[in-house]
Design a protein around this ligand. Structure first.
Ligand SMILES: C[S@@+](CC[C@H](N)C(=O)[O-])C[C@H]1O[C@@H](n2cnc3c(N)ncnc32)[C@H](O)[C@@H]1O
Length: 210
């Protein structure tokens, strides 16, 4: 191993030791691991956990596209011991593809319960745009991972972005890879200057509302 790599390894170890959130995430990751989902693991789950931890007290977290709850429980475990809350919006009908169709709300609820985060999660079995018609809460963290078609991602963003507080966090899944609709819309959001401090964890793009 080169000196550069040795130094990198040592500084990474040092950082890991002192990063409390990371240490805590490592303790809860075995709960998240068995939950089926589409995340690039474990870095993206860690981002959700930390985003929930960093969110202000009483934070409102809105997730569009919860599927079987992998991202939800990652947020949820970051909410442990707080008054933060996640609204998990999904049709809960499965994906008609890799995992098939069916009543996915039962699976979602089981995973949330198995992770011990029921108190922090309200599932909403409805189309995201229908939910938006009656939504009235200021949002601290908005995560968009529903339909990946360009028009749908745009519609989800336009429906919920007005509720995101200044300095609230907005994240999109699948800003890289084969998801042209998400990739195009993510580029447009950045070009329009709607988010600052943008970054990415693999295919998860995030930024802060200006
Ligand atoms: C890629 S999956 C979400 C993955 C999930 N975040 C995870 O961690 O595994 C997309 C989900 O979005 C849901 N969905 C798609 N369009 C929707 C809409 N307009 N309203 C609500 N849910 C929607 C689908 O039912 C599906 O479960």
């Amino acid at each position: 191993m080169s000196i550069k790599n040795k130094l990198k390894k040592v500084s990474q170890k040092w950082w890991d030791k002192w990063d409390r959130d990371l240490r805590d995430f490592k303790k809860v990751y075995p709960l998240i691991e068995p939950v089926p989902g589409f995340l690039k693991s474990p870095q993206q789950e860690q981002w959700f956990f930390k985003a929930a931890r960093k969110a202000p007290e009483n934070a409102v977290i809105v997730e569009i596209g919860s599927f079987q709850g992998r991202s939800t429980v990652s947020f949820g475990l970051g909410c442990s011991g707080s008054n933060k809350h996640i609204y998990a919006i999904d049709l809960f009908e499965g994906d008609n593809d890799m995992y098939g169709a069916g009543d996915f709300q039962e699976r979602f609820k089981k995973h949330v319960k198995d992770c011990g985060v029921e108190a922090y999660v309200t599932p909403i079995k409805q189309h995201s745009l229908k939910v938006a018609t009656t939504w009235d809460k200021p949002i601290d963290v908005l995560f968009i991972d529903g339909s990946h078609e360009y028009e749908d991602v745009k519609a989800d963003f336009e429906a919920f972005y007005p509720f995101v507080k200044k300095d609230g966090v907005v994240a999109f899944h699948d800003i890289k890879g084969k998801w042209e609709g998400v990739i195009r819309f993510w580029r447009e959001v950045k070009e329009a200057g709607l988010l600052k401090n943008t970054g990415a964890v693999s295919s998860l793009g995030y930024g802060v509302k200006v």
